[in-house]
Design a protein around this ligand. Sequence first.
Ligand SMILES: [Zn+2]
Length: 302
Amino acid sequence: MSVTKLEEHIFLIDAETAGIKNFVASYVLKGEQVAMVETGPTSSVPNLLAGLKQLKVKPEDVAYVAVSHIHLDHAGGVGALLKHLPKARVIVHPRGAPHLVHPEKLWEQSKMVLGSITEFYGKPQPVPEDRILAAADGMVFDVGNGISLKVVETLGHASHHQSYYELSSQGIFSGDAAGIYLSEIDVVVPTTPAPFRLDVALASLNKLMSFTPVNLFYSHFGRASGATRKLEMYAQQLRLWEEIAKHGLEKGESAESIGEQIFERDMAVREASEYIKVHPVLGDTVLTHSVQGVVDFVQKYG
Ligand SMILES: [Zn+2]
């Protein structure tokens, strides 16, 4: 676990899920009260608690735990975390909320899709229904001292994905809507697992750009400046993947061969290849699941 101060009021806790650094971020926003964005999975909740302690955050001061979506690497830990935060309520998209209350199906599906990776993450614990705020687009949650989170519905990666705009930093907590930022090599790679909606994801990126943000706070991983440019480039990257998948499918090629062409033509992916290949999670998620998600999208809607 490590804690980094990003802005006067914004801190990053590296959840170090399964000992992997720079992979899962949880953000702490300190106003008069405290808000957190993302929890990471169940297995790294002890690291979050250690991070809060280091930041001298009293558990009863945490008012909100906002999650971008319910996938285990973003919100799997919320049930376990809430047991330690007596006053916190969870901000989640209305379509995600039922899965936090009854996480069994989510757990079973995650095991099917992610296989052994779920063992790194741990089983999600249920969240009491009365602690959930199913939040709609545009809602603002204020923690005082000029610090607030505005909900920005950003579907595409998932049908229940939302980002959060934070005015004081002109920053967006983008969840998985803006891709995976490999901060150590300054490269963004797509996170587009099925059932990915590329058209909807592009609309979400436009919506995020309309805030003309300065900072992006990626869940994977960390802060990046030049936010608008990064969002534009991610949109371009998704269009390139779509084009490669379209041509490949027209010629009857397999997802694997389409993946190889993406690898050839997407300079960012190429640049990231060594990093991704040896990464315990990203090897599968980027090179297999993300490619398949775009191929499936083109097959269904392209
Ligand atoms: Zn993720």
